[in-house]
Design a binder for this molecule. Structure first.
Ligand SMILES: *Cc1c(COP(=O)(O)O)cnc(C)c1O
Length: 374
């Protein structure tokens, strides 16, 4: 028998979460963001659940090739654009849309030989100071692009640094709206947090609504972009990834007995613990503190002591019948409909759901399931 760990990708939950993005932005078109191999889920595995999108947004050409190989003929957007001039040949061949965020990318386009003009999104740095043209140089970049025969359509894009937090998006929306006021073209500004917290609330200026493409990343995968202020249930999102395994042993502890490397946990009372076949080599975060929530046979309990490479200890005090073979849900959907949000586990490890999904280890077998979302 193989080691009992596996991950599940829930097709119906992916479709459900995308429909939540549609509800929140009913007049927008939808990019399903599938960078980082669909946030660790696998592009091929999410495709069936996400093909109701209007387009796929991602980062690299190899991922774009894979989307095309699945038969997708609609829009595909490279969120960081091309990395070197010859990438433009693949852009033409695969019929991709691409972001233009720096002068060099415009130079490469100007030198590119193509009969079919390309669809680009010109990116503004409206305050995040990562990629893009500053508002004061945006128009000049737009005018240069607009004069190129290699360019068919120019969309306008920016990205928010604080859509999930107290600083909000207003300062960036204002900078973007002012600098683009009389420029034609589609707009794309909202990530998951902006879709759920700001766009659904009608907090974007009219110039941006109705012509825009929203970019749904993390919400598509059932994780709340602003956890712990709101959780996935608050936003009506369903988990799309389950990581589960089984108990392979149990131990009985007397007061004073320690558990695991570094003896970081010491029992204060008699305890029954189980040993689950999952560790940091599976992508479970080593920094998940003792006390991180976990489900055993669908019942909530907590981890005990340090996470090791291949094993974790869990408290079975409240479930004396559990033993080898009992099902352990590290995150996602447990038996009898119980849900353990990846966001809770991430928080206990000092990180975010995004990182845990993306870090699912290659040694974990992944299965796609049609199981219903709720
Ligand atoms: C990753 C990414 C997104 C999606 O962000 P989420 O927070 O996952 O919704 C949107 N836009 C850009 C430019 C990105 O890089």
């Amino acid at each position: 028998m193989p080691r009992p760990i596996e991950a599940l990708v829930h097709t119906a939950a992916l479709a459900h979460n995308l429909s939540r993005a549609r509800q929140a932005a009913p007049d927008a078109r939808l990019w399903a963001v599938v960078k980082a191999n669909a946030y660790g889920h696998g592009i091929e595995r999410v495709y069936a659940g996400m093909r109701g999108t209007d387009g796929f947004a991602l980062l690299d050409l190899a991922e774009a090739e894979r989307i095309r190989a699945l038969g997708w003929r609609g829009p595909v957007l490279l969120l960081e654009g091309v990395f070197e001039p010859r990438d433009l040949e693949a852009v033409s061949r695969l019929d991709l849309w691409h972001t233009v965020h720096c002068t060099e990318q415009i130079d490469w386009l100007a030198a590119h030989k193509t009969h079919v003009p390309q669809h680009v999104f010109l990116k503004m740095n409206s305050g995040m100071n990562r990629l893009g043209f500053k508002p004061e140089s945006f128009r000049a970049a737009w005018a240069r692009l607009n004069a190129l025969p290699q360019v068919a359509e120019i969309g306008l894009m920016t990205h928010f640094s604080d859509a999930d937090g107290p600083r909000g998006i207003e300062h960036q929306v204002r900078a973007f709206a002012e600098a683009t006021r009389d420029l034609p073209g589609e707009r794309s500004i909202a990530n998951s947090a902006a879709i759920l917290r700001h766009r659904a609330a009608g907090a974007l200026p009219d110039v941006l609504v109705g012509s825009d493409w929203v970019r749904a990343g993390i919400m598509s995968y059932g994780s709340a972009p602003d956890y712990p202020e709101h959780d996935a249930a608050h936003w009506g999102l369903a988990p799309t990834m389950t990581l589960r395994t089984r108990l392979i042993g149990t131990q009985t502890l007397a007061p004073g007995d320690a558990v695991g490397y570094g003896s970081s946990f010491t029992a204060k009372r008699p305890m029954h613990i189980g040993i689950a076949a999952c560790g940091y080599a599976d992508g479970y975060p080593r920094h998940a503190a003792s006390g991180t929530p976990v489900l055993v046979d669908g019942v909530r309990t907590t981890t005990v002591g340090r996470v090791s490479m291949d094993m974790i200890a869990v408290d079975l005090t409240a479930m004396p019948a559990a033993g080898p073979g009992s099902e352990v849900t590290l995150w996602g959907r447990g038996p009898n409909g119980a849900i353990l949000s990846i966001d809770e586990v991430a928080r206990a490890a000092g990180t975010i759901g995004y990182e845990l999904m993306c870090a699912l280890a290659p040694r974990v077998p992944v299965h796609v399931t049609e199981e219903t979302a709720s």
